[in-house]
Structure formats: structure tokens, C-alpha cells
Design a protein around this ligand. Sequence first.
Ligand code: 5GP
Length: 198
Amino acid sequence: MSATDCGRLVIVSGPSGAGKTTLLRGVFQQCSLPLVRSVSATTRPPRPGEVDGVDYHFLTQDAFDLARQGGGFLECFEVFGRGHWYGTLLSEVTPSLDAGKWVVLEIDVQGAISVMQRYGDALSIFIRPASLEELERRLRGRGTEAEEAVKRRLNQAKRELTLADRYRYQVVNDEVDRAVQEICDILTQESETTRNAR
Ligand code: 5GP
């Protein structure tokens, strides 16, 4: 299936703490394209302030496994090797693509590579932190992670950075407004290219 016949998939990845969520909030406010965010499913518990159905669909392991066995996921992976699963539900993606929307998937690199293989024309953007030191500072500043979890996320970040060149675009989150603008410019330029190709 070609996603350009209807909507378009936009994959956004980057290390945990690189600022993806903040940047995407800005992009959703500023970009004039019909963007919708895919709400992922996860088995990890909600953090304080997170809302079921908004930040994630928080599922029990049993419910997640059932959806997986039933072919309900576009992709799903155990993201930090600690037993927490994350996945993109087809029900979040297919109806929006059919309606001509640009569906934004904020997913990890394993998920991203799997989606790129399935949708060759998916637009992929990797968000880089300004530096690993900055990333570490942000992860500690969140205050929601135990020391062990911070170390695990930093190691994961190093692994993810080695795969950044698999993405069509890389954006450095050195300054939020600038990075938001760069992402909006990429999306606009891609939409013009798609339109001209039709
Ligand atoms: P967090 O627990 O901090 O919300 O997210 C941890 C990681 O899971 C992030 O790197 C995020 O991109 C990734 N993630 C969130 N949703 C999905 C998903 O649906 N699929 C995959 N493969 N990764 C996801």
C-alpha cells in the first residue's frame, strides 16, 4: 500500500529526553498541514499527569498481547528491554490516512525501521539532542526516573544515535523555536513535492 495515495506517515524518533514531545507540540500548533498524532499503546504505567487515551493507551500486558495476537499493531516492540511494550495501533493510523491526514508517529528506532520497511514513502525525522551532556541533564531534570533508569536511557540513546542516518531528515534540538520551524519547513516542502508529483 502506498501512503501517498491518501495521507502520509510521519515518523519522529530520537532519544528519550531529546525533546520530541515539546517540539511536536510546537509543530502541531504552527504547521498548516492536516497533522494528527497517533496515540501509542504501552504497558508501562502512566507518569504523573499522563492521561489514558491522550498520552498513551495504557494497556495491561494481557490486553496488549491480545491486540498483538489479533494483528492490531502496525509495529510493536519492547522498548527498553525491561518488559515494557510500546506499539502503534492500526486503528490510530489507517482511518486517518484514509481521511488524507498526515499521521505523526513518535516511536523508537526499532519501530521506525519496521514502519519504513512497510511504508517506503513514510517521511522520517530523527531528533538529535544538542549533545549527550545536554541529554543527561534533561533526563535527570525530569525527576521521574531512578538513577538506573537514567543510565539505561542514556545507553539506549547512544545506540539510537548510531541509527540516525537511516532517517530521511535529522533535526538538532539546540533551540526549540528554531527546531520547530525546521520541522515545519520539512513538512511543507515534502507536501509541495508530493503535490507536484501527482
Ligand atoms: P516514554 O516511556 O518516555 O513515553 O517513551 C519511551 C520510548 O518509547 C520513546 O523513545 C518513544 O519514542 C517510544 N515509543 C512510544 N510509543 C511507541 C510506539 O508506539 N512504538 C515504538 N516502537 N516506540 C514507541
